[in-house]
Design a protein around this ligand. Structure first.
Ligand code: SAH
Ligand code: DHB
Ligand code: MG
Length: 218
């Protein structure tokens, strides 16, 4: 039971529940053509982010890690017209590709792409936030979580991508900076009285990874 069946079932889910969307397909294509890595969230994960944003009536969203803007478009589409999304990206070239795709998706006015090291940009992000999607390097996830928490209103949500890394998070032999960053982040979440959280393992076209979902309770 591995990659082949995970991919088949993902295709089934996409066909069953996620209508083909030219704008989103084109965002992935533009990313590919620019030689960017194929590591955007899968369609069903993008839709999960979209639904979470809608469920909480999000009007203010922060994303850490734009890449080509694929998840950004899913999230921005959940916002009302006056809603705002700030997304942080290290590489100017990626931000440029994302800008075009986000504008082509018709949500450009809601999306502010800021270029630079996320740790440097975070102090300039204004709250209160309704939802944060952390999807960049895992090394700095503890700091990203702390920054997001400070900015998030009670009832807001923080979602973190890539928290399982094919099981490495639970492998004591793996003490890489990335995996230690994920563990430290979960320790912070567990010790934080203002939040409640869970994590899910995910399989699919994108392989074996996971998502952590945090509710800010007070
Ligand atoms: N959220 C995107 C995928 C993001 S991939 C989607 O699902 O469509 C991770 C992105 O984070 C990459 O574009 C990478 O350049 C960016 N990134 C990694 N480390 C970063 C850092 N320290 N500061 C800002 N951006 C960073
Ligand atoms: C990878 C996957 C991601 O979703 C991401 O945000 C960064 C890296 C990866 O598989 O390397
Ligand atoms: Mg990711």
């Amino acid at each position: 039971m591995t990659q082949e069946i995970w991919s088949k079932v993902d295709e089934y889910i996409f066909d069953a529940l996620i209508p083909a969307d030219r704008t989103l397909d084109e965002a992935l294509l533009a990313s590919d053509e620019a030689g960017m890595p194929p590591i955007a969230v899968a369609p069903n994960q993008g839709k999960l982010l979209h639904l979470l944003a809608k469920m909480i009536g999000a009007r203010s969203i922060l994303e850490i890690g734009t890449l080509g803007g694929y998840s950004t478009i899913w999230l921005a589409r959940a916002l009302p017209p006056e809603g705002r999304l700030v997304t942080l990206e290290y590489y100017p070239k990626f931000a440029e590709v994302a800008r075009k795709s986000i504008d082509a998706a018709g949500v450009g006015e809601r999306v502010d792409i800021r270029i630079g090291e996320a740790l440097d940009l975070l102090p300039g992000v204004e709250g209160p936030l309704d939802l944060t999607f952390i999807d960049a390097d895992r090394v700095n996830n503890p700091a990203y979580f702390e920054a997001a928490l400070k900015l998030t209103r009670p009832g807001g949500v923080i979602v973190i991508d890539n928290v399982v890394r094919a099981g490495a998070v639970a492998d004591p032999a793996n003490t890489s900076d990335e995996i230690e960053g994920l563990r430290r982040m979960h320790e912070l979440i567990a010790a934080e009285p203002r939040v409640d959280a869970t994590a899910l393992q995910t399989v699919g076209k994108k392989g074996y990874d996971g998502l952590t979902i945090v509710l800010v309770t007070s």
